[in-house]
Design a binder for this molecule. Structure first.
Ligand code: NAD
Ligand code: DAU
Length: 359
């Protein structure tokens, strides 16, 4: 691993991974290709451990000429592909960019890798970062998702990620492209854009705004601290078997409502004086809302020796502390017109319906 193309490295997990890799691989040079959509920001890439080994390129993964040029000029031997439209609620209100970036974008990168690497099999790798959502939704007593679980995506987001996973596997079987795939559960931690559950709840609570819990709040997610995800991806790059898929997850099963209550309790401890829990508001549910995810991570634990270093308690505490000490970052990434419009679009009707129900 010498010259690594990271796509989406100005987003939440990508920016954490850029930091992680610069520390873990002292010889590596990173080319970071990111379109800087609403979800990406150069603010996420301030104070990198060794900025001289990081080159940022502002561009679109669907731009084949650009991707081909980067592969050639930087002699890329490893691609770690994070770039995606990633928010399920946005995919419900407007699926088109999900199909473009997640499907066409992945296809464009695969073609560029195939052309650049030709028959080269040694020392090159295409790693695709995917999600547990491709497996669908579990009933309360169903066993957790395994790597062999049949795909059953249910939102435009998860369907587009499933399509990209299938393409990546097809390039392995058809062209022998050396690929690996990781399917991970819900991440949280520093630099997560505040449209997602955990940062949204922290920031709404600090502003005294309602904490919008979809439906009964008894949906179950498996939460993983982002640094643990970065470590798992690095391990798969180093020791993973080409052509294989690895599930990654935190091994916890809280109801959403309990995650929100934990955040309120942490804030009450760290910023006392407000009854944060009284802000919890049940609002109309997400259409097609997956009820439960759970990951069986036996394969990555037993084959590669990975395990998460953070449990939900310590990870949530670190996350709440991070947001409290980075309100300047929040102001820069979240004050824009686009995000304010999104909040209006996704929550205004829900809040007024919730208000009417309460009245
Ligand atoms: P994010 O939305 O925070 O960041 C996505 C990044 O991709 C942004 O910087 C954005 O500017 C960039 N991007 C979007 N379209 C692009 C394009 N056409 N060309 C170049 N760059 C583009 O996403 P995230 O939460 O960091 O997720 C990263 C990856 O991990 C995604 O593939 C996602 O499906 C996957 N994943 C996320 C989670 C999670 O909980 N967040 C869990 C499992 C897997
Ligand atoms: O499971 C992995 C996936 O996790 C990733 O592939 C996605 O990119 C990532 O966005 C995330 O998807 P979710 O839909 O699970 O995450 P989100 O933070 O949007 O929601 C988490 C849960 O909280 C979900 O059950 C919906 C609920 N929720 C979310 C929001 C934004 C609420 O109750 N209220 C909210 O306002």
């Amino acid at each position: 691993m010498k010259n690594v193309l990271i796509t989406g490295g100005a987003g939440f997990i990508g920016a954490n991974f850029v930091r992680y890799l610069l520390r873990a691989e002292p010889e590596v040079h990173i080319i970071n290709l990111d379109a800087l959509t609403y979800a990406g920001s150069l603010e996420n890439l301030r104070d990198l451990p060794d900025p001289s080994r990081h080159t940022f390129v502002h561009g679109d993964i669907c731009d084949a000429d650009l991707v081909n040029r980067l592969m050639r000029e930087h002699e890329i031997d490893t691609i770690v592909h994070f770039a995606a439209e990633s928010h399920v609620d946005r995919s419900i209100l407007g699926p088109a960019p999900f199909i473009k970036t997640n499907v066409i974008g992945t296809f464009t990168l695969l073609e560029a890798a195939r052309q650049a690497w030709g028959q080269e099999r040694d020392g090159v790798r295409f790693h695709h970062v995917s999600t547990d959502e491709v497996y669908g939704s579990l009933a309360p007593d169903d066993p957790p998702f395994q790597e062999s679980t049949a795909y059953d995506p249910r939102s435009p987001y998860s369907a587009s990620k499933a399509a990209s996973d299938h393409l990546v596997r097809a390039y392995f079987h058809t062209y022998g492209l050396p690929v690996t795939i990781t399917n991970c559960s819900n991440n949280y931690g520093p630099y997560q854009f505040p449209e997602k559950l955990i940062p949204l709840m922290i920031l709404n609570a600090l502003q005294g705004r309602p904490l919008p819990v979809y439906g009964d709040g008894k949906q179950v997610r498996d939460w993983l601290y982002v640094e643990d995800h970065c470590e798992a991806i690095h391990l798969v790059l180093r020791k993973g078997q080409v052509g294989e898929t690895y599930n990654i997850g935190g091994g916890n099963q809280p109801y959403n409502i309990d995650v929100v209550r934990k955040i309120c309790a942490l804030l009450a401890e760290l910023r006392p004086g407000v009854d944060y829990a009284s802000l919890i508001t049940h609002v109309p549910d997400r259409p097609g809302h997956d009820r439960r995810y759970a990951m069986d991570t036996t394969k990555i634990r037993s084959e590669l020796g990975w395990q998460p270093r953070h449990d939900l308690e310590s990870g949530l505490r670190a996350t709440v502390r991070w947001y409290l000490s980075h309100l300047d970052w929040v102001a820069k990434v979240a004050q824009g017109e686009e995000f304010q419009k999104w909040l209006q679009q996704n929550y205004a009707d829900r809040q007024s319906l919730a208000g009417r129900r309460r009245a």
